[in-house]
Design a protein around this ligand. Structure first.
Ligand SMILES: Nc1ncnc2c1ncn2[C@@H]1O[C@H](COP(=O)(O)OP(=O)(O)OP(=O)(O)O)[C@@H](O)[C@H]1O
Length: 575
């Protein structure tokens, strides 16, 4: 996206705060005019001191009190302007974060799968913070900078035309030096942001999988990669700061040069009686004031360019195409029958995955999907839940094509228990009653039937005990997740490899809980341990995205094919 487009988009977020925007400009005008009027009064004070021992004290006192009042007005308006600007900048970034959050909820899963969590986190937190810094500096220094330049020009020309012209003609030199520097620092700031993103994603990945890293002794390699990226971040940050810190010394040098020229020319004018000492002191003060905003603006430009680079990354999320317009029709399920008709799907067009998959599920049946890793089991669930849409064929539920109904009503029909359990930092009750409040009796009954009551009962505050992922074993987490699904009483179930990672005794409990949950419900089960699906009504054996065998456990064993091999190899492992 072009910088001008990014800027225009960013300004859309400023629009709701236009009243504050106007107020900020008015306050900046008052602050600048009061500040610039003070040197005129000081100049007049100097001209009151006619020569040694001869000072007009009465006029000096009048000017002194005027200076005092202006200083106070200036301080109050500057403070108030900062309050207004802070309010605007922080409100804008709050709005942006809220919109990103809303957008994420409407993005297709493929977008989230394609970007790491660290990347999205970085855009939402660090990049938006950077935008806030850029906007704040922009509001605070850009407004008053531009107003200072305009008002100074007016005041200066009223005092002396030629010296003022000299100042105005010399000032662009300093500005161009600053612009040249900021062009280079922008490139470095961009690289710095990208590397910081990479580092955030890496830390998130490594810290989240610390146990696995340690068990594989991967720590040293992980920290080596971390150190390299960290080093890159240091290099880019230092270069970015190096260039941007050149701005001040170089522009100050140019200013001092101009100051010296004004002193020289001004002295000649005084000798010719064309200027008073007081007026020269006012002009010198203005020469200084006039250049300062140029310097400020150039550092604002650097910061603002950095903010625009970040805004660009944030808008990539905001502009990502949302899931296609939802069909207004709700899925109405009575019998819970499912029909897959010649379904084909691929994540990447050049690599076909699910190919010509057809099967029928009668209401209340338990369907097991088995097969080697990567054969497409989880993908089948992704298609059934419409996390991804199929490329061709059809999936019908009670005769309705799931593409002809909205996703929300489709997903409401299913209860899911996945291998990755989700326990939030809250009480047991809050973890169980997600989205709906249940009575004490309902919760207890569900916990009893799903075997989670035994350990909940032993907790210090029972259902009101605060828990998190670390305070529960893997098996306990799964029992809670099963209870949670039991409470919502879904019409159909999806259980994805839910019995791995737990000890044998808990596995028996979890299996019993699953059996209770599945009673009378159409269920899809993905299990690596074939012993848990012996009683399934239909087992679909998958390989490379195709169903290569199907039938009941005994029938498949009798075929002595792929499934029989898989089953016997697991049985031998256990024996
Ligand atoms: N979001 C995705 N984008 C691209 N490819 C993907 C995506 N998700 C899965 N795949 C690929 O699709 C293939 C099937 O993946 P899937 O997760 O369905 O397999 P699975 O049978 O469930 O495997 P496992 O038993 O290991 O969980 C794999 O090769 C995988 O790399």
């Amino acid at each position: 996206m072009k910088t001008s487009q990014t800027f225009q988009k960013l300004m859309q977020y400023v629009k709701p705060y236009r009243l504050f925007f106007v107020l900020s400009i008015l306050l900046a005008i008052v602050a600048v005019v009061t500040q610039l009027y003070i040197p005129i009064l000081f100049g007049q004070c100097i001209d009151c001191m006619i020569y040694q021992g001869h000072v007009d004290l009465a006029r000096l006192a009048t000017f002194g009190s005027k200076i005092g009042i202006l200083i106070m007005v200036n301080a109050i308006t500057t403070w108030f302007m900062n309050v207004v600007n802070n309010h605007m900048a922080f409100s804008i970034v709050k709005d942006m974060r809220a919109q990103i959050m809303r957008q994420i909820q409407h993005l297709p899963l493929s977008f989230l799968d394609g970007h790491g969590i660290g990347d999205i986190l970085g855009r939402m937190i660090a990049d938006v913070d950077q935008i806030s810094d850029g906007l704040l500096l922009g509001f605070t220094q850009l407004f008053s900078g531009v107003i200072t330049i305009v008002v100074t020009i007016v005041f200066m020309f009223r005092i002396d035309f030629w010296i003022s012209l000299l100042i105005v003609l010399m000032s662009p030199a300093s500005f161009f030096v600053a612009k040249w520097i900021s062009k280079h620092s922008y490139r470095m700031f961009q690289k710095m942001t990208q590397t910081r993103e990479k580092l955030t994603a890496y830390i998130e990945e490594m810290v989240g999988n610390e146990k696995i890293i340690q068990s594989f002794g991967y720590g040293q390699r992980a920290s080596h990669t971390f150190q390299n990226t960290n080093q890159d971040l240091q290099d880019y940050s230092q270069k970015a700061i190096f260039y941007s810190s050149l701005t001040n010394p170089s522009t100050r040098f140019m200013n001092s040069l101009m100051y010296a020229v004004v002193v020289g020319v001004g002295s000649i004018f005084i000798l010719q009686n064309a200027l008073t000492v007081g007026s020269l002191s006012v002009l010198l003060s203005y020469a200084n004031q006039y250049m300062r905003p140029f310097n400020d603006i150039s550092s604002v430009v650097t910061e603002f360019q950095n903010a625009l680079a970040c805004a660009n990354r944030v808008f990539e999320i905001m502009d990502a195409p949302q899931e296609p317009q939802e069909n207004p029709n709700d899925l109405i399920v009575n019998k819970e029958s499912v029909d897959w008709q010649d379904v084909n799907f691929s994540y990447v067009p050049s690599h076909p995955l699910i190919q010509h998959v057809s099967f029928q599920v009668q209401p209340g049946q338990k369907i097991a999907i088995v097969g080697p890793t990567g054969c497409g089991k989880t993908t089948m669930i992704n298609l059934l839940m419409r996390f991804y849409d199929i490329d061709s064929g059809a999936i019908l539920i009670d005769g309705t094509d799931i593409r002809n109904v909205n996703r929300h009503s489709l997903r409401q029909q299913f209860g899911m228990v996945l291998q990755d359990t989700w326990i939030k930092e809250a009480t047991v009750r809050e973890n169980l009653c997600m989205g709906k409040i249940y009575s004490e009796d309902e919760i207890e009954a569900a916990c009893q039937s799903c075997r989670s009551w035994d350990f909940i009962e032993t907790m210090p505050n029972g259902l009101d005990t605060k828990i998190n992922v670390h305070s529960l074993s893997q098996g306990q987490q799964q029992l809670l997740c099963i209870t949670r699904v039991m409470l919502i009483k879904p019409k159909m179930l999806i259980l994805d490899e839910a019995t791995s990672n737990i000890d044998t005794r808990t596995e028996v409990l979890v299996q019993q809980a699953f059996d209770t949950l599945m009673k009378g419900r159409t269920s899809f089960v993905i299990a690596h341990r074939l012993s848990t699906i012996i009683n399934a009504n239909q087992i679909l054996v998958m390989k490379d995205g195709q169903i290569i065998e199907r039938g009941k456990h005994d029938e498949l064993l009798a075929q002595n094919g792929f499934y029989a091999n898989l089953y016997n190899s697991q049985f031998e492992q256990i024996a």
